[in-house]
Every structure is written in C-alpha cells, then in structure tokens.
Ligand binder design. Structure first.
Ligand code: PNS
Length: 160
C-alpha cells in the first residue's frame, strides 16, 4: 500500500541542522512527518525531553505537516500505534551504514511491512552530530553554523 506518512525517530539531543535538513526533505516527500523523540529509560539525555521537543517544534515551525512526539519503548510500537509503515533515517556516510542497516532489518523483522527510507545527508551536513554540538557549545565555541537559528538561544542558555 502506498504510504503518505513517515516516522523519523531519534534522540535529537539537541536538534542539528542535519536533522532539520532530513525533516525538511521528508516533508517534501510525505504528507505527514512524525518526528519521534526517544525518551531513553537507561540514560538521561543532555537536554531534558521537554526542551528537545520544544526545540524541534521551533525548528520545524514552518513545516505544517510535521508533528513532534516524545516516545518511549520500541520504535515499531510507535509505528503500530500511529499506523505508520515508513521510517526515515538520515545517513551521514559509511560510518552510519552498518548500524542503520542492522536497525532497519531488525525493525522490519519486528514489524513486517515496515520500510526504512534512508536520506543521504546534504553536503556539509555529514560531519554534524548532536554530540559535537554539545561538546563545542559546552566549551564556548560557535555553534551557529551547526544548529537551526531558531534554537541557538535555547542551546546557548543551557550552557551558560
Ligand atoms: O538519534 P539516534 O540516537 O541515532 O536514534 C536512535 C533511535 C532512537 C532511532 C533508536 O535507538 C531506536 O529506535 N530506539 C528505540 C528502541 C528500539 O526500537 N530499539 C530497537 C531498534 S532495532
């Protein structure tokens, strides 16, 4: 069956320009894009869940077809709950490939019919990661080329 909705799951701790690029491109393909923000029961994120969700909402404010939802548990369970059968993940390069392929295959075994669509990172975004953003921001570096402009003040105030 053709699909009009996708789920883009992740930690988004915090959202980067790389994430926003994937969200924007997914919104150009699907009528509905749900961004699922993982509440990790084992480790607390650097940014509280509410802040991660609020930053994503701000970053995607211009994209009406994008929803941001916190979730815990399995990604496939959220797919079942939302009746979504397509996952979107960004691929920054070969370093991401092995673990992403494994996750896509296992998710497909857990929920037959679930497809994972990989979007290659746009030029210049391959090097971005939330962990680098956190490290640079915590050391007082300039992260303005790495994160959406709308969330820059939130990230800076977190490290003040
Ligand atoms: O942004 P991340 O940290 O690369 O995202 C990883 C994420 C959240 C997509 C992945 O860890 C996940 O799906 N976690 C939920 C638990 C789950 O479904 N685990 C089985 C994966 S095969």
């Amino acid at each position: 069956m053709r699909q009009s909705a996708c789920l883009y799951p992740g930690s988004f701790d915090p959202v980067t320009l790389g994430h926003l690029d994937i969200i924007t491109r997914a919104a150009g393909i699907f009528e509905r894009v749900v961004v699922g923000v993982l509440v990790n029961a084992e480790k607390n994120g650097a940014f509280p869940m509410e802040e991660r969700v609020a930053m994503l909402k701000k970053a995607a404010a211009d994209l009406p077809q994008v929803e941001v939802l916190p979730f815990s548990g399995l990604t496939v369970d959220l797919c079942r709950q939302l009746d979504i059968r397509v996952l979107v993940r960004g691929l920054r390069g070969p370093g991401d490939l092995e673990s992403e392929m494994r996750m896509a295959k296992v998710n497909g075994l857990l929920l037959p019919g679930l497809e994972t669509v990989f979007l290659p990172s746009a030029g210049g975004m391959e090097a971005l990661s939330s962990s680098l953003v956190r490290e640079i921001a915590s050391l007082g570096g300039d992260i303005s080329a790495l994160v959406p402009r709308s969330v820059l003040p939130d990230i800076l105030s977190h490290y003040k």
